[in-house]
Design a protein around this ligand. Sequence first.
Ligand SMILES: NC(=O)c1ccc[n+]([C@@H]2O[C@H](COP(=O)([O-])OP(=O)(O)OC[C@H]3O[C@@H](n4cnc5c(N)ncnc54)[C@H](OP(=O)(O)O)[C@@H]3O)[C@@H](O)[C@H]2O)c1
Length: 237
Amino acid sequence: MPTVLIIGAGPRVGLACAEIFTNANFQVATASRTQRLDPKYRHYPVDVSKPGTLAALFEQVSSDIGIPSVVIFNAAMNQATPPDNPFANDLDTVHEIMDVNAVSVYVAAKEAVKGFEKLGAEGLGPAGGTFIFTGNGLNHTASPSLMAFGMAKSAASHLIQHLALVAYLDKPYKFYYADERHEDGVPMWFDLNGDAHADAYYELAADPKQRAWYYTFVRGKGYAQFPRVETSFPPSS
Ligand SMILES: NC(=O)c1ccc[n+]([C@@H]2O[C@H](COP(=O)([O-])OP(=O)(O)OC[C@H]3O[C@@H](n4cnc5c(N)ncnc54)[C@H](OP(=O)(O)O)[C@@H]3O)[C@@H](O)[C@H]2O)c1
C-alpha cells in the first residue's frame, strides 16, 4: 500500500485529504502539533516552526508505515499587521512565519525527494511521487496586513516552481503549489473548502504527468487559469 504524509492535518484540508486517500487504499500519516482528527488516522506530533525536526518525522513515518510517495504540506502561520504598518511584526515573528511557511517546506520537499529516490520507479508505481503545498494567491498578489505571509508563500512558490520545472525533469516526481479560487478567480480568503482540496490533491497524486505547478483550481471544476492580479483586498475592506 502506498503512503501519504499530511503535514498540518487539521479539520478542513487535512481531514478531507485523510479521508480521500484512505478510501483510495493509501496508508495515511497525519502530522501537526496536536492530534485534532479521529485517532483512526495515525498521528505524528511535529512543530514545523522548527524545520530541523522534520527529517525525524519522515524517518518515523517511513519506518512505521512506509516511505511516503505523496506528501502534502498544509501547515501555515500568519501574523497580520495593521495595514498601515507592514513592519509591525518583530523579527522573531518574521523568522517564525518564514520557518513555518517556507523553510520547513524546503526541508519537507528535500525529505520527500529522498524518499522518492529510495522508493525508485518500482516503489513509486505508475503515478510517481507527488509533493503538494497548500498555497494561496499571495505569491502573485499583495494584500493589506499580509506582507510577511506573502514573502513566505512567495518563497515556497519559487521552491515548487524550481523543483517542478528545472530540478527533476527526468524523474517521475511532481510538485505543486495549490491555490483554490472562487469561480471568478477571487481568492478564497475564509471560504477555503477541504473537499475541493482533497479532490484536486488526489487527482494530482494519481496523474503520472506533471501538470501546471501553480495549480489554481475551482471547486467542482479543477484547474482554472486566471490572469495575474497585482493587489487584492479581503471582503471586509
Ligand atoms: N486559497 C486560498 O485563498 C486560501 C485561503 C485560506 C487558507 N489557505 C491555505 O490553506 C492552508 C490551511 O488550510 P486548512 O483550512 O486546512 O487549515 P487548518 O484547518 O487551520 O489546518 C492547518 C493545520 O496546520 C497545523 N499547524 C499549524 N501550525 C503548525 C506548526 N507550527 N506545526 C505543525 N502543524 C501546524 C494546525 O494544527 P496544530 O495547531 O495542531 O499544529 C492545523 O490543524 C494554509 O496553507 C493556508 O495558507 C488558502
